[in-house]
Write a protein that binds this ligand. Structure first.
Ligand SMILES: Nc1ncnc2c1ncn2[C@@H]1O[C@H](COP(=O)(O)OP(=O)(O)O)[C@@H](O)[C@H]1O
Ligand SMILES: [Mg+2]
Length: 311
């Protein structure tokens, strides 16, 4: 049994117009996607900005209303109760954001930020709470005096580690990590990714790891879902997705070709390859997308590999 099963999820936002603000259409941010996440597994959700990744993450957390679909957690259909406070679902699923500031009150001390989920779900004494916060800080490599400071006193990487400490305070089963390192310098990215991986083993955590960069998720994800225009254009194991000899959607090929190569000797060759793929992309666009520009349904390629090839 999968830890999380998302079936036929749709999230549409209304477009209103005219002086009466009538609904004149929808933004189909997520348009019928299905997937599962197993306990302890990392699933990568990758696509360019605007493809609908964050909306999937937010729908799982109950932060945006679902237009259609079903969410099953630990075998239980929680679609209707997703917003119920203090449920085991709300406890078991947490989120890490690209920008910690978007989910906290910057005027609060780190102690209050990390302790907030504990206060919602557990009745700890002040001493017990402080002890738990210190433990959580030490897991992400920060000292106890961090607790009495404010978020602005820390670097981006340190703030992200504080966000991780808060996300794991209730020992969740699944964390939706939405571009958790995208705003950080390359050198700091690796460090934060290491913390994210270390805690995974200790807590048997599953991740839905969202990124716009196939390079960042390469070493973390067992499974990948490539998203464009609200749908999956391709899904498969890491071995499948990064194997350039296999057939891929043109969109996946473009994402693969834009992974930066840190070896300067390859730079010229890579640039040529990238230009070639971009040229192919522009030429073949109409072949890979339906006449209304939508993504075709996924088609099985064997080995749990699915690609939205034309009908
Ligand atoms: N609350 C909202 N109201 C209207 N449109 C939205 C809302 N949230 C997201 N969208 C639209 O949905 C699409 C997908 O957005 P998002 O999920 O944030 O993409 P990503 O995370 O891949 O960059 C975009 O076109 C975005 O403008
Ligand atoms: Mg996003």
């Amino acid at each position: 049994m999968a830890l999380l099963e998302v079936q036929n999820l749709k999230v549409y936002f209304p477009i209103t117009g005219g002086i009466l603000g009538r609904r004149i259409g929808d933004v189909q941010s997520v348009d019928d996607v299905s997937f599962t996440i197993e306990a302890g597994e990392t699933v990568g959700l990758v696509g360019e900005s605007g493809s609908g990744k964050s909306t999937i993450g937010k729908a799982i957390l109950g932060l945006v209303p679902m237009t259609a679909g079903t969410i099953i957690f630990n075998g239980k259909d929680i679609t209707r109760s997703i917003k119920r406070n203090r449920s085991s679902y709300r406890r078991g699923v947490q989120m890490i954001f690209q920008d910690v500031y978007s989910s906290i009150n910057p005027k609060e001390r780190v102690l209050d930020i990390i302790a907030e989920p504990l206060r919602n779900f557990e009745n700890l004494t002040k001493a017990e709470e402080r002890k738990r916060v210190d433990e959580l800080l030490s897991i992400v490599g920060m000292t106890s005096d961090t607790a009495l400071k404010y978020p602005h006193q820390f670097s981006g990487g340190q703030r992200q580690r504080i966000g991780i400490a808060r996300a794991i305070a209730l020992k969740p089963k699944l964390i939706v990590a939405d571009e958790p390192v995208s705003a950080l310098d390359l050198s700091v990215q690796a460090q934060v990714l290491n913390y994210i991986q270390d805690i995974q083993d200790e807590l048997n955590l599953a991740y839905l790891f969202i990124s716009h960069d196939l390079g960042v998720v390469r070493h973390m994800c067992q499974k990948l879902m490539i998203m464009h225009r609200g749908r999956f254009v391709e899904t498969g194991s890491r071995e499948t997705i990064y194997d350039e000899t296999l057939p891929h959607h043109i969109y996946t090929r473009r994402l693969l070709s834009s992974i930066p190569d840190l070896n300067p000797e390859n730079r010229l060759k890579n640039e040529e390859k990238r230009n070639k793929v971009t040229e192919d992309y522009n030429q073949q666009l109409s072949k890979f997308y339906a006449p209304d520009n939508s993504v075709y349904p996924l088609k099985p390629q064997g080995n749990d590999h699915y690609v939205a090839f034309p009908d």
